[in-house]
Design a protein around this ligand. Structure first.
Ligand code: PMP
Length: 360
């Protein structure tokens, strides 16, 4: 068996130790006589897994007690609609920042439910930067402000938040657990699992409890209501049990690495090394304004586009997997989430330098 270094943006690489542990428990979980995939979600065994995942996440992110942790289905894309459906209530608008392809998708869905105020956009700058906070057009009567602090496709990331009294709702799909965040600054955080949390199939939601009062259970589909999910401990219906189990193992692994602050340092070092190699080369370049370069998703283009397919072919042969950029933008992209070790980044840099020497 030989495992590649996998640079996929999601579903992304999982820690090998987690996969091995899941393998060792696959047929008989802790003496239950069945796999996690086969046990009732109402059983005491599965309930203990769900509680463990929740408790570890609360510890890892230092989530205050006035927040609910929910495990939601449908992918982050479903949340794009679910969020306005739950939180518009008596409001007549919602504010959105447009910083890339994923914000744009969130805006498109929200428009089906309410008036969207695009409070700031960098579309005219090809999404290579972030709007200046003092230039934002915020409607202080809006239901919330939605933003996407890491644009997985464009490779733009920001850390600070605009000043506003609006509840901030953040799509942290590609950020969660990669750097420390102050949860208390957000009304809600959500993140598809398939990057830094586990396999696809579950979305992590962290919602401030007072916002749940806005959810209209008479009007919302039962499985869409965040209030209903909170009341039923994320088990209105059968939850994605195996995905939640794997998430618990990933959280356990992350605790073993020293938690979010420790992995953040490694992530900083990995990104710094890769961007330096890109900046020092004549063949590769990254267009994003320096201070907004994503630590998780590193897109780059080749000065000679005709070399792209050869780059992808040779990198694949060298055991470096899934380096093609998103189908909408082309070029290359290396996603280097928590599970990508420094050795993987070093192997990529070595390959890139060697490729440049041989072909350019
Ligand atoms: N938001 C961001 C930032 C993403 O990167 C993605 C997926 N790559 C999504 C939302 C959509 O996630 P899903 O495929 O789970 O709907």
């Amino acid at each position: 068996m030989s495992r590649s270094f996998n640079f996929c943006s999601g579903p992304a690489a999982l820690p090998e130790a987690v996969l091995k542990k899941a393998q060792s428990e696959l047929l008989d979980w802790h003496g239950a006589g069945v796999s996690v995939m086969e046990m009732s979600h109402r059983s005491s065994e599965f309930t203990s897994i769900l509680e463990s995942a929740k408790t570890r996440l609360i510890r890892l992110l230092d989530i205050p007690s006035n927040y609910e942790v929910l495990f939601v289905q449908g992918g982050a894309s479903t949340l794009f609609a679910q969020i306005p459906a739950n939180f518009i209530a008596d409001h007549t608008s919602a504010c959105y920042l447009d910083t890339g392809a994923w914000s744009a998708k969130a805006i498109k869905e929200a428009k089906k439910y309410t008036n969207v105020v695009v409070s700031g956009s960098t579309k005219d700058k090809n999404y290579t930067t972030v709007p200046a906070w003092d230039s934002l057009n915020l409607d202080e009567n809006a239901a919330y402000l939605h933003l996407t602090p890491n644009e997985t496709i464009g490779g733009v990331e920001f850390d600070d938040l605009p000043e506003t009294d609006l509840p901030i709702i953040a799509d942290l799909s590609s950020t969660i657990l990669s750097r420390s965040i102050d949860v208390s600054k957000y009304g809600m955080i959500y993140a598809g699992a398939q990057k830094n949390v586990g396999p696809a199939g579950v979305v992590i939601c962290i919602v401030r409890k007072d916002l749940l009062e806005r959810c209209d259970n008479d009007r919302l589909p039962s499985t869409w209501s965040f209030a209903n999910l909170a009341k039923n401990n994320s088990m209105i219906n059968t939850p994605p049990t195996f995905a939640i189990y794997l998430a618990d193992l990933v959280f356990e692994w992350l605790e073993g690495q020293g938690g979010v602050e420790a992995i953040e340092k490694v992530n900083e070092a990995k990104a710094e090394r890769l961007y330096r190699a890109i900046d020092e080369s004549k063949l590769y370049s990254n267009p994003i304004e320096l201070k907004y370069r994503s630590r998780m998703n590193v897109p780059f283009v080749l000065a000679d586009e005709s070399l792209e397919s050869l780059f992808l072919q040779e990198s694949e042969e060298a055991g470096l997997k899934t380096l093609a950029g998103h189908r909408s933008v082309g070029g290359m992209r290396a996603s280097i989430y928590n599970a990508m070790p420094m050795e993987g980044v070093d192997a990529l840099i070595k390959f890139m330098q060697d490729f440049e020497m041989r072909h350019y």
